[in-house]
Design a protein around this ligand. Structure first.
Ligand code: AP5
Ligand code: MG
Length: 215
């Protein structure tokens, strides 16, 4: 099964992707996490991406398409994958369609997590994450058991630089202008499945699981 999780910044794509990928044995491929890893390792791609990411605008399509196709083509993704944060523009979606067709594989569904701007802003401005393992928390909705440190490895949790209120505002504008058109794009192909993303983490997981089981 090959899936895309679509939704605004802070919709809970990463939170849900970890659960769904583990339940269905899929490789979780988050474009944002891959980019942050490239930055941490100070690769050429990481250096090219950092300014765009810190401003809350999109990294150029050609860089992202090449990066994601590389990951999709790896043996770990051969049993099925779950894309999180990619595609994010119509050009990226077309690039993905083309390259998947060449490989003789296809998408089974695009799950659109519907969450209001107000709710995602609350989620992002309270988000905490572990820089070591990438686990995500929320200061109010899902805090670590011991304040300030990751449950899994005891590392100090931190805030993402692009979760400052002004950058969140820009990321939402970028989403509405460049990513929301994908809702129409995938509706036309019949792949789009809408899921209410405003409920609790468990409620949203159940709704996504139901979609996956119906495929
Ligand atoms: P990326 O890392 O993909 O950021 P994003 O899309 O803005 O999404 P987030 O990771 O912020 O949110 P999420 O939906 O994963 O939510 P999460 O589960 O963490 O991209 C970062 C940057 O990289 C972009 O701005 C761009 O520059 C670049 N980039 C990436 N992909 C690109 C592409 N394809 N093309 C071009 N550029 C690209 O949850 C958020 C918070 O809410 C957490 O605190 C969580 O605990 C909490 N939460 C989650 N679910 C719930 C719930 N149900 N109830 C209450 N709280 C919840
Ligand atoms: Mg994410």
């Amino acid at each position: 099964m090959n899936l895309v999780l679509l939704g605004p910044p802070g919709a809970g794509k990463g939170t849900q992707a970890v659960r769904i990928a583990s339940e269905f044995g899929l490789k979780h491929l988050s474009s944002g996490d891959i980019l942050r890893e490239e930055r941490k390792n100070q690769t050429e791609l990481g250096r090219q991406a950092q300014d765009y990411m810190d401003r809350g605008v999109l990294v150029p399509d050609d860089l992202i398409i090449a990066m994601m196709i590389d990951h999709i083509s790896r043996p770990e993704a051969a049993g099925g994958f779950l894309l999180d944060g990619f595609p994010r523009t119509v050009v990226q979606a077309e690039g993905l369609d083309e390259r998947m067709a060449e490989k003789g594989i296809r998408l089974d569904a695009v799950i659109n997590m519907e969450v209001s701007d107000e709710e995602v802003t609350k989620r992002l401005t309270g988000r905490l994450y572990c820089p070591k393992c990438g686990r995500t928390y929320h200061a109010m909705f899902s805090p670590p058991k011991k304040s300030g440190v990751c449950d899994d490895d005891g590392e100090a949790v931190t805030r993402r630089k692009d979760d400052q209120p002004e950058v969140v505002k820009q990321r939402l504008e970028t989403y509405h202008a460049q990513t929301q058109p994908l809702v129409d794009y995938y509706s036309r192909t019949g792949l789009l499945k809408a899921v209410e993303g405003g409920g609790s983490v468990d409620e949203v997981t159940s709704a996504i699981k139901e979609v996956c089981q119906s495929l």
